[in-house]
Design a protein around this ligand. Sequence first.
Ligand SMILES: NC(=O)c1ccc[n+]([C@@H]2O[C@H](COP(=O)([O-])OP(=O)(O)OC[C@H]3O[C@@H](n4cnc5c(N)ncnc54)[C@H](OP(=O)(O)O)[C@@H]3O)[C@@H](O)[C@H]2O)c1
Length: 313
Amino acid sequence: MQNNQKIIAIFGAGGFIGKHLMRELTKLDFRVKVATRNPYLKGYLKPLGNPGQIELFKTNIFNIEDIKHVLKNCDYVINLVGILYETKKQKFNYIHSQFPHILSNLCEEFGIKNLVHISALGVKEKHVSLYMQSKLQGEKNIQNNFKPSIILRPSVVFGPEDKFFNTFASLAQFSPFLPLIGGGKTKFAPIYVGDVAKAIVKALELNNSEPKIYELGGPENYSFKELMEILLTEIKKKRLLISIPFGVAKFQSYFLQMMPNPLLTSDQVELLKHNNIISGNYSTLKDLGIAGTPIKSILSKYIYRFRTGGQFG
Ligand SMILES: NC(=O)c1ccc[n+]([C@@H]2O[C@H](COP(=O)([O-])OP(=O)(O)OC[C@H]3O[C@@H](n4cnc5c(N)ncnc54)[C@H](OP(=O)(O)O)[C@@H]3O)[C@@H](O)[C@H]2O)c1
């Protein structure tokens, strides 16, 4: 993609997907304005570009002046802001629905060429999960306010520092068993973080005049149980896989979700009741010209640290 030093504003760039995306963008010579709550803590992003290529802006995403300051002179905007669970201050509705509403209105006002927004696979009407309801409302707000937008819905994303495999591998370090909620039958289409980053870059150049949705999944679908088996093989550990009925998991989640970094919330139990795979009703990774990287070619490269002997174990 020829960009002639186009300027991109990214919200949520300091997270898992953002870090991988940053290198893709700086390689292509984009200038990047990173909107973050704490620039001091996101200093690690700067060496991912040439001197001066990445600028960090202290931003409260609910302060219009802060957002306007970031959007000034930008060509493109990417929204990666998201949360997995609610806290006293962080609510799904604010983060996933209200912020996209504010951002897309301002994109219109500032004549932004394209807004790429990361939603989630499985978004649908009348989902019981508040996470999904808020993601759906966020998509609708963007579609109403800003036509040249692209919505990407990834399934679970894997890669170095992912929350999925790393969390369960950490659990396997001390727990004699891993839980299979609802029997571990829920299906996923895990997608490599590098492919999500590539999809975002491709989406920037689509030049669409109407909102477009892409569902992003990897080349293979796996049940949750199969994913735990793959993980245990990679980290060379034998652990019991214990089936936990949804009702029991829901009860346990009421206690677990009181912890600061909860392993399970009752909203996540609702998410696990639905398969998280490509529906066939939307464009996909293939339509963006990306083949999709299999889990087995990547997982061992970063999960080896959980083996007893590490890399040489
Ligand atoms: N990872 C997955 O498996 C997956 C799957 C489906 C969809 N998604 C979606 O993809 C997006 C990026 O995911 P990720 O895995 O990269 O998430 P992440 O690592 O948790 O990063 C999310 C980012 O959101 C920002 N953020 C959170 N609360 C905020 C707040 N109150 N104000 C401002 N910024 C806030 C943070 O930015 P700062 O700390 O810099 O302010 C953080 O960098 C999210 O929308 C997520 O829902 C992810």
